[in-house]
Design a protein around this ligand. Structure first.
Ligand code: SF4
Length: 367
């Protein structure tokens, strides 16, 4: 992971982005689902920015809003300083060349009736980047770049493995010479052994082509080694935004602490506790009042139910949305409202940290 120093070279910005589904016209559901609610973030050129959270937290919707694959209910998206919401179809098509997406399920995202050569060539043709021999050479180059055999252009998606299909998706995303790629859970549908290969490939391509990556993921372990900064989402809101190392070393928000504590530790002696957080994720159609995490938070107090915590800057520049993050840090994550749950979380977090330190600094003994 490369640490990107904070600069003003912002390539992509979401400003107070909101996406509500339903509750509108005659044919839509009367229930309003608040998938994304007032999210602001900025992505610096050349960094890998991760958006993480449990399923249903709104992270994939946020990724699509940032590319304007869906229209926001409110807020703005700026690419290289300019709002993209006012662009017409043809202006958006030109811009899409620079902003690409890699989907979670490589099989579902590839047209089964097109051969791989045509799938990768389509953006080249669409954006007028080459024809005939030039186009074929470019496709062969892209296939080599992502680790595929260039003579397999006439094969169809079903003839490839899951990892190879994701490589085809990456080659297609690269075909238009993008500046920015959003990966929506790019490895979660793949076997663990293949995940590392695809993560390494994305990192190599980022360096080689000077790309900016935005990775949407539910698994913190996946993004730890590849991201520079992380935004943690819960029920449509960002609850913590931090540089990756700081987030893993010293998470401020109780939800981030719970996510880290839930990372599996491969040691049969350290069995996963049954429930690190109380209850299920509430419905985004009826988010809890005040702090949306209060129904599951081991540190919740009466104020949490009443007042919504703003995303505020901590002295070290991180951002956190919790009324009591200072006290929680100072008390070593002890809790007054759910002490046994809090103790289980703290213990698990300590175990995770110890295990991680051992992974990062293995003790080598001479034979
Ligand atoms: Fe927990 Fe309250 Fe902080 Fe929300 S504001 S995370 S409920 S302590």
């Amino acid at each position: 992971m490369s640490v990107i120093p904070m600069t003003n070279d912002i390539i992509l910005e979401g400003i107070d982005l909101t996406k509500h589904f339903g509750g509108g016209g005659l044919l839509s559901s009367p229930t309003v689902v608040r998938a994304v609610d007032g999210v602001s973030l900025s992505v610096q050129r050349g960094e890998t920015f991760a958006i993480v959270g449990e399923s249903g937290c709104g992270k994939s919707t946020l990724g699509r809003l940032l590319l304007r694959l869906i229209e926001p209910t409110g807020g703005d998206v700026r690419y290289e300083g300019k709002s993209i919401l006012g662009l017409n179809k043809s202006e958006m098509r030109k811009l899409r060349r620079e902003m690409q997406i890699i989907f979670q399920d490589p099989f579902a995202s590839l047209n089964p009736r097109m051969n791989v050569g045509d799938i990768i060539a389509e953006p080249i043709w669409l954006h007028g980047l080459g024809r005939g021999k030039e186009k074929r050479e470019r496709v062969a180059d892209l296939m080599r770049t992502v680790g595929l055999i260039p003579t397999h252009t006439d094969r169809y998606p079903h003839e490839f493995s899951g990892g190879q299909r994701q490589r085809i998706g990456i080659a297609r995303a690269l075909a238009g010479d993008p500046k920015l790629i959003i990966g929506d859970e790019p490895v979660s549908a793949l076997d663990v052994s293949i995940q590392a290969q695809i993560i390494n490939l994305l990192e190599d391509l980022k360096q080689r082509f000077g790309l900016t990556l935005v990775i949407v993921a539910h698994d913190l372990a996946v993004i730890r080694h590849m991201s520079d900064r992380v935004a943690v989402m819960y029920l449509g809101e960002i609850v913590e935004l931090s540089e990756t190392d700081e987030l893993f070393d010293n998470p401020l928000h109780p939800y981030t602490q719970a996510l880290l504590a839930a990372i599996p530790i491969p040691n049969p002696m350290n069995r996963q506790p049954k429930a690190l957080l109380q209850g299920d994720v509430p419905s985004p159609a009826a988010p809890p009042s005040g702090c949306r995490f209060h129904t599951r938070c081991p540190h919740a107090r009466p104020l949490c139910k009443e007042q919504h915590p703003a995303l505020e800057a901590a002295p070290d520049g991180r951002k956190v949305a919790c009324h009591f993050w200072r006290e929680i840090q100072g008390a070593g994550a002890g809790s007054i409202s759910a002490p046994s749950q809090s103790a289980a979380l703290s213990k698990r977090l300590a175990l995770y940290r110890t295990w991680r330190e051992r992974q990062d600094n293995p003790v080598t003994t001479s034979p």
